[in-house]
Write a protein that binds this ligand. Structure first.
Ligand code: PMP
Ligand code: GLU
Length: 401
C-alpha cells in the first residue's frame, strides 16, 4: 500500500534552519572551494578556553568523572551556580532551583517545552536572538515581538511592553547584553520593565544573561533582583561566551522550584545530565580568578571601537553604540533599491548575499533577528580580519548606485 503522507512532520517543516549556523556553514563551504572568506557571522569567541578550566577537565577525566551525573547537574556545580547568582547578581536560587543543561540553548528549549501549551504567547523583545523565535514555535507557542529599532537603541519602552501583554502571555523573553544588538539594559530600564510586569502576576520573565561578562558598562543588572518579579523570574546563563566554552555545551538556569523540576523531568527523558567533565570544569570556572574573562572583555571592547569607527566611514550605515556582547547591528536600509548593475539590494538578505558573494565577508541578515533593516556583524575575530573585512565591505558597497 502506498500513501501520500509526508515523511517529515509538520513541526519540522515549519521550523527554519538556524540562520547563524547556516551562514557559518556557507562560509565553510566557500572556503572549501578556495575562497578567502572572513566569517563574521557566528557568535563564538575566537579565544581559547582558559588553561585552568581545561586543566580541571583533564583532572576530572583522570579522576573518573566519565559517567552519568544527576540530571540537573553535579551537586558541586549547582552549589557553585547558586553562589555565583548570589555573588554576581543578588539572586537567591538554591541549588535545587538550578538546572544545568547542554548549553543555554537547551535551557531555553526545556523552558518552552515546560511552560507552553498550544497558543500560549511569549512576548519577545525584538530584535531577538534567532533561536528564541523558532524554539517558541517548536513548542507550540506564539512569539509576540515588541520591537525597537536603532533609533530607540533597540530598547522597547515599558509602554510597548505593557501593550503586548494579554491573558495568554506566559512569559517575556529577552537577553541583556543583547544578541544581536549588543544593547545593555541598565538598572532604570529593567526596573521600569519590572514595574510593568509587577502588574501581571500570570507573566513570568525569562532573562537570558549569557553575555553577562561581556559588558563594557561595568554594571550588569539581573531583572530577577527586582522585588516585583523576583519570584517569577527564570535567569538563564551559560559558559559559552564569558569563558569561551562554546564546544563544552554547558548552560544553566535558576528558576522557581516547580519550573526547575519540570525542566529536569523533560531533560531526564531527552538528554540526561550535561557532560560530566564539562560540569567539573564549569564549577572551577565559576569559582576561580576572572582574569582571562576580563582580558577577553577588554579585547572585545577595543574591537568594538575599531569596528564602529570603520563602519562610521561607510555612507548609509547607521549603527548604535553597543555596550556589550560582541555584535554590532547596523541599519542599512539606505542601501535598499541600490544596484551594481546586476543585482538590486531589496532588503537585508540581499545586502548580506551581496557582501558574501562580492567581498567574501560573512554577516547575518537582521531578518533572522526580527529587524529586516539591519545586519549582524560578530566582532569575535582578530583585529586584522575585522579591518580587512570592513575594507572589503567599503569597496563593494562603494560600487552600488
Ligand atoms: N542565548 C543567547 C542570547 C546566545 O547568543 C546563545 C549563543 N549560542 C545562546 C543562548 C546559547 O548558548 P549555548 O552555546 O550555551 O547553547
Ligand atoms: N549564539 C551564537 C550566535 O548567535 C551561536 C550560534 C547559535 O547557537 O545560533 O551566533
Amino acid at each position: 500500500m502506498t500513501t501520500t503522507q509526508p515523511v517529515l512532520s509538520q513541526r519540522v517543516q515549519n521550523l527554519a534552519e538556524s540562520e547563524t549556523l547556516k551562514m557559518a556553514r556557507m562560509a565553510r563551504e566557500l572556503r572549501a572551494l578556495g575562497h578567502d572568506v572572513i566569517s563574521l557571522s557566528l557568535g563564538e569567541p575566537d579565544f581559547d578556553t582558559p588553561d585552568h578550566i581545561k586543566e580541571a577537565a583533564y583532572q576530572a577525566l583522570k579522576d573518573g568523572y566519565t559517567k552519568y551525573t544527576p540530571v540537573s547537574g553535579l551537586p558541586e556545580l549547582t552549589k557553585a551556580i547558586s553562589e555565583k547568582f548570589k555573588r554576581d547578581n543578588g539572586l537567591d536560587y538554591k541549588p535545587e532551583q538550578i538546572v544545568v543543561s547542554n548549553g543555554a540553548k537547551q535551557t531555553i528549549y526545556n523552558l518552552c517545552q515546560a511552560l507552553l501549551d498550544p497558543g500560549d504567547e511569549v512576548v519577545v523583545l525584538a530584535p531577538y536572538w534567532v533561536s528564541y523565535w523558532e524554539i517558541v514555535k517548536l513548542s507550540g507557542g506564539v512569539p509576540v515581538p515588541v520591537f525597537a529599532g536603532v533609533d530607540q537603541d533597540f530598547k522597547p519602552s515599558p509602554e510597548q511592553l505593557a501593550a503586548a501583554i494579554t491573558e495568554r502571555t506566559k512569559f517575556v523573553l529577552f537577553s541583556s547584553p543583547c544578541n544581536p544588538t549588543g544593547t545593555v539594559f541598565d538598572r532604570d530600564e529593567l526596573e521600569a520593565y519590572a514595574q510593568v510586569l509587577g502588574q501581571h502576576d500570570h507573566v513570568y520573565v525569562v532573562s537570558d544573561e549569557i553575555y553577562e561578562y561581556i559588558n563594557f558598562t561595568h554594571e550588569h543588572v539581573s531583572i530577577g533582583s527586582f522585588p516585583q518579579v523576583k519570584d517569577r523570574t527564570i535567569t538563564v546563563n551559560g559558559f559559552a561566551k564569558g569563558f569561551s566554552m562554546t564546544g563544552w555545551r554547558l548552560g544553566y538556569m535558576g528558576a522557581p522550584k516547580f519550573i526547575a523540576d519540570a525542566c529536569s523531568k523533560i531533560q531526564g527523558q531527552v538528554t540526561s545530565g550535561a557532560a560530566s567533565f564539562s560540569q567539573k570544569a564549569g564549577a572551577i570556572a565559576l569559582m576561580s580568578d576572572m582574569g582571562p574573562t576580563d582580558a577577553m572583555r577588554e579585547a572585545f571592547r577595543e574591537r568594538r571601537d575599531i569596528v564602529l569607527s570603520m563602519l562610521a566611514e561607510i555612507p548609509g550605515i547607521k549603527a548604535n553604540h553597543p555596550d556589550g556582547a560582541f555584535y554590532v547591528f547596523p541599519d542599512i536600509s539606505a542601501y535598499f533599491g541600490k544596484t551594481n548593475g546586476q543585482v538590486v539590494i531589496q532588503n537585508a538578505d540581499d545586502f548580506c548575499d551581496y557582501v558574501m558573494t562580492e567581498a567574501y565577508v560573512g554577516l547575518v541578515s537582521g531578518s533572522a533577528f526580527g529587524d529586516p533593516n539591519c545586519f549582524r556583524l560578530s566582532y569575535a575575530a582578530s583585529e586584522e580580519q575585522l579591518r580587512e573585512a570592513i575594507r572589503r565591505m567599503q569597496d563593494v558597497l562603494g560600487r552600488l548606485r
